[in-house]
Write a new protein. Structure first.
Ligand code: HEM
Length: 207
């Protein structure tokens, strides 16, 4: 039988330990049971993000994301809150939304869409209130009039803009898919990492 490394055992123990959050973020077994241990949560998020991806106000924020990935991230984020398990390893909401200019009105609009979806799936009213209370905790971190750089290890990473660089390895242009060789000059977006060859610079490309 293969031996499990002590670092893996430590990580597993850490994952298995529950969070000790209080208030609206405290583990909520009643909510998790109503969500059929995640089965209903998945159905709700599938429906919610289908609406989001078809919505003219919300869809533009998701232009570089896939619906499936958005559902998976949100599922683990909410599962982590409702069960108290450490199962979400994605970005915290402040950093995840750092480049998105989201007004209070747009936040309300998304919240209403979520509320209507929860009602459609017959979640009890007190549980809907508890769910919305969680969204509200993050309002202050998400609503803003200007994008800000995300902070990683105390360093602010810029949200928008382009840099020019010279490739040290081969790559592809993300616009025309032309093959690029080491030594080629490229432009890249500082947040998304999207690569533009010298024919497809951001100025002459519809982004
Ligand atoms: C108008 C409001 C909102 C908009 C437009 C929005 C938009 C987005 C977008 C575009 C992503 C990236 C998806 C991807 O890359 O797959 C994202 C990720 C995420 N959002 Fe939101 N969001 C909003 C509100 C919220 C709220 C209220 C919460 C929490 C309660 C939330 C939690 C998250 C989480 C946990 C992620 C995943 C972070 C990661 O990439 O690791 N969002 N959101």
């Amino acid at each position: 039988m293969s031996k499990i490394a002590p670092s893996v055992i430590k990580l597993r123990k850490k994952q298995e330990s529950k969070t000790k959050r209080k208030g609206d973020l405290a583990p909520n077994p009643e909510m998790w049971a109503a969500l059929k241990n995640g089965k209903l949560l998945n159905d709700i998020l599938e429906d919610f993000y289908t609406q989001v991806f078809a919505d003219s106000q919300l869809a533009p924020f998701f232009k570089d994301a896939t619906k499936q990935r958005a559902i998976e991230k949100q599922y683990l984020f909410l599962k982590g809150i409702f069960t108290g398990e450490k199962c979400y390893f994605g970005e915290r909401p402040r950093n995840a939304h750092h480049w998105m200019v989201i007004s209070n009105e747009l936040f309300d609009y998304r919240e209403k869409l979520m509320e209507d979806t929860l009602r459609k799936y017959d979640l009890a009213e007190p549980l809907i209130e508890q769910w919305i209370a969680i969204d509200e905790i993050y309002r202050k971190q998400i609503v803003k009039s200007e994008a800000f750089g995300k902070k990683v290890g105390g360093i602010e990473i810029p949200a928008e803009g382009y840099e020019v660089d010279v490739l040290t390895v081969g790559s592809l242009c993300d616009v025309c898919e032309a093959e690029l060789s080491p030594g080629d000059k490229i432009t890249y977006h500082v947040r998304t990492g999207k690569v533009f060859c010298s024919n497809c610079t951001p100025e002459n490309t519809a982004l």
